[in-house]
Design a binder for this molecule. Structure first.
Ligand SMILES: *Cc1c(COP(=O)(O)O)cnc(C)c1O
Length: 223
């Protein structure tokens, strides 16, 4: 067995155990293998090991991998900040965009999806810690953004995503994940993209439907 297949099996097992601990069905949590900085050859290997969904954080990088791996039956997700001038290319590549953070970006995605005859699935990235430098919209702007999305025909907001501040102790992510789940419940949104290598089990205990794991599958990223 290769490292990638061994590591991804171990992650899937830990995901399943976390789900069971929380009284959830393990099938309700998907693994997004975050492959930013990982070459196409290793993504092919990961697909061979059974991984189906890959998360990228740069549109250009994803576009070139998607071209090179066009023969594989895999799904690409955008997990990084999406610049407005890349919205059109993003619509062409990504099944799900996790990182919508403004009404203007939403409007661009709606327009490009319409032009491509595509129905674009998106999540809204929420920034739960105001002084944080990461992208995402503030909690109090969410309602306005969701109201704007309701009138759109070519895209659907399926849920929320967040990246909590980094903590050594993963338990400290828990209150953030709990808050995101409550927000999703308030607006009747089904999907919760939360949890990374250091804290995905906590996120699953708090209701994650997708975890975004890179390092634990592919190893440390250079740089
Ligand atoms: C890189 C990245 C991840 C994966 O992080 P790891 O700690 O390597 O698992 C998850 N989500 C986003 C948005 C990322 O940019």
């Amino acid at each position: 067995m290769t490292d990638i297949s061994e590591f991804s099996q171990a992650i899937l097992e830990r995901m399943g155990q976390a789900a069971v601990r929380a009284g959830r069905d393990p099938r309700d949590v998907r693994l997004i293998a975050v492959s930013k900085g990982v070459g196409a050859g290793r993504i092919r290997e990961a697909a061979g090991a059974g991984l189906r969904v890959f998360g990228e954080s740069r549109v250009q990088e994803a576009a070139s991998k998607a071209r090179e791996l066009g023969d594989l039956n895999i799904e690409w997700h955008m997990v990084g900040h999406l610049q407005k001038n890349k919205a059109r290319a993003a619509v062409e590549i990504f099944e799900l965009i996790h990182s919508v953070d403004s009404i203007s970006l939403l409007e661009l995605l709606e327009r490009h999806s319409g032009a491509c005859g595509k129905h674009q699935r998106v999540l809204v990235q929420v920034k739960l810690e105001p002084e944080d430098t990461k992208s995402g919209i503030a909690e109090d702007k969410l309602e306005g953004l969701l109201a704007a999305a309701e009138g759109m025909k070519n895209l659907r907001v399926e849920g929320l995503m967040t990246i909590p501040p980094f903590f050594e102790d993963p338990e400290r992510s828990r209150p953030f994940y709990r808050r995101l789940r409550r927000l999703a419940e308030r607006y009747c949104l089904d999907e919760l993209s939360m949890g990374m290598t250091g804290d995905f089990e906590i996120a699953i205990e708090e209701g994650a439907t997708m975890v975004r794991v890179g390092t634990a599958i592919f190893g440390e990223r250079p740089g």
